[in-house]
Design a binder for this molecule. Structure first.
Ligand code: NDP
Length: 480
């Protein structure tokens, strides 16, 4: 595949100094392509171009309904190219092709959803006194920066970019160095259809061009998805320029299973919530809290199911793909290697060699039963196919444990008793709670974001447009 160039100010920009970064297929360890190692100068060029585009007549003359039409067109374009996009996403992340196809459809849905909102974001008229016309006017916030991680690149790009364009902003996307392919594909489309500088795509290391962008005074808003430490660094940079951030920083989300739960219904959902994308999902159901009286029965069913899961590359139609890169892979294996004294491994817990893909980064789906909820692997995000289990004895203890991590992104509550289900759902500190289901990451229409260290702000849904607007109050005193 030819090298990927950045899109800056309507130009395709390669590396003048031969500073390229390899992009590796995690399923095979093979080189896919190279990206430009973007630097501070590239970041500055992109921000200057974005500021120019924001003020340009060309972009300002795009009426809200026309922005909506363009976003609809983008959704159609994504669907028309779904097969190719799914292939790219699969190669880049190693995710099974059915999951990659689902991601492409979700991306199309984001463009469609925000297309519908583009001309429906309006202000208020506020009654103050007879001869004072007081109105609020909605304006774009300006230059929006989108730092996208490697686990769901097209979905995460789509969900914030669509909301930002719908509200008239200009956009800079910085891809993760591991996964630039689908954003590059979209960049070609935006390049063809939008005035220059309205959409720009940058690549390189987070610590270099990423940090140059987040600390740039010409950026007006930052949407970041990734780890807590990097989220904190992004927020500190933004604070220096008094710029708002939307942070989505992952979790340690629990499925809480009560004794009256329908286990036949719960088991496949719990399994999928942790093995989807090899557990590399911010909203993965990575903790299982189970009522003592049914714990053995549920764990037995889960172990049986985990043993049937096929680990391997997309080409083998596997259920569980590889870990994204060697660093993450080694980190997960190190955690698994250190848990023996604190817990019982019920299934998995090791690296997997896949014939013909010996350089891929595979880990077997794992269930660990912890002796204590304070164990580090129950508290910390592992970001692999690893489910940590703890038993509880009553409703109050279930709530206490569900809330006993520094995260609060998603939770599942499993019970046939609506009183129990609602009592627990309303007491869990979490941005989303699913009852008798677990929609990893939820739907396009559902507000998504975290309590506690899982983040700040909400993405998805009609609420996300609030991240990308300014509200101006205009008071007109009338006198005849
Ligand atoms: P990071 O948080 O470091 O990276 C996420 C994104 O931020 C990437 O695009 C990265 O670019 C970029 N980035 C990194 N450093 C900076 C910086 N100083 N300024 C601006 N942008 C930056 O996560 P990792 O990829 O290192 O993964 C580590 C852990 O983070 C995972 O194990 C998981 O727990 C969590 N994570 C959570 C995600 C979620 O969906 N909430 C997604 C990904 C990771 P680049 O990749 O080019 O360095």
């Amino acid at each position: 595949m030819e090298n990927i160039q950045m899109l800056i100010d309507g130009q395709w920009v390669g590396s003048e100094q031969e500073q390229w970064i390899d992009v590796i297929n995690p399923a095979s360890g093979e080189l896919i392509t190279q990206i430009v190692r973007g630097n501070e100068k590239h970041a500055d060029d992109a921000v200057q171009a974005a500021r120019k585009a924001l003020k340009s007549k060309e972009w300002k003359s795009f009426k809200p309904f026309e922005r909506g039409q363009f976003l609809q067109e983008t959704a159609r374009y994504i669907r028309a190219n779904a097969e190719e996009l799914a292939k790219l996403e699969s190669i880049d992340i190693g995710k099974p092709s059915a999951q990659a196809k689902g991601d492409i459809e979700a991306a199309a849905r984001y463009f469609e959803f925000y297309a519908g909102l583009a001309d429906k974001v309006f202000g208020d008229s506020i009654p103050i006194e007879e001869d004072l016309l007081n109105v609020t006017v909605i304006e774009p916030i300006g230059v929006t920066l989108h730092i996208v991680p490697w686990n769901y690149p097209i979905q995460i790009t789509a969900r914030s970019v669509a909301a930002a364009i719908a509200t008239g902003n200009v956009v800079i996307v910085k891809s993760s160095e591991d996964t630039p392919l689908t954003t590059n594909f979209l960049a070609k489309w935006f390049h063809e259809k939008l005035p220059k500088g309205v959409f720009q795509h940058l690549t390189g290391y987070g610590a270099e061009i990423g940090s140059a962008l987040t600390s740039h005074s010409g950026v007006n808003q930052i949407t970041f998805t990734g780890s807590v430490p990097t989220g904190i660094a992004v927020m500190k940079s933004a604070a220096n320029n008094v710029v708002p951030v939307t942070l989505e920083l992952g979790g340690k989300s629990p499925n809480v299973v009560f004794k009256d739960a329908d286990l036949e219904r719960a088991v496949p959902v719990i399994v999928n919530s942790i093995v989807q994308n090899a557990g590399q999902t911010c909203s993965a159901g990575s903790r299982l809290l189970v009522e003592e009286t049914i714990a053995d029965e549920l764990l037995e069913k889960l172990v049986v199911k985990f043993k049937t899961l096929k680990v391997g590359p997309p080409a083998n139609n596997a259920d569980v793909g590889p870990i994204i890169n060697e660093k993450q892979y080694k980190q997960i294996l190190e955690i698994l290697g250190s848990i023996e004294e604190q817990a019982k491994v019920l299934v998995g817990g090791e690296a997997v060699q896949v014939e013909g893909y010996e350089n891929g980064f595979y880990i077997s789906p794992t269930i660990i039963e912890a002796s204590d909820h304070n164990n580090s692997f129950v508290q910390e995000e592992i970001f692999g196919p690893v489910l940590s289990v703890v038993r509880f004895s009553d409703v109050e203890e279930a709530i206490e444990l569900a809330n006993a991590t520094e995260y609060g992104l998603v939770a599942g509550v499993w019970s046939k008793d609506i009183d129990v289900a609602h009592y627990v759902a309303s007491r869990i500190d979490s941005g989303q709670v699913f009852v008798n289901s677990y929609g990893a990451a939820g739907g396009v229409q559902m507000p998504f974001g975290g309590y506690k260290k899982s983040g700040i702000g909400r993405e998805k849904s009609h609420l996300a447009v609030q991240n990308y607007i300014q509200i101006k109050n205009i008071a007109i005193q009338v006198q005849l």
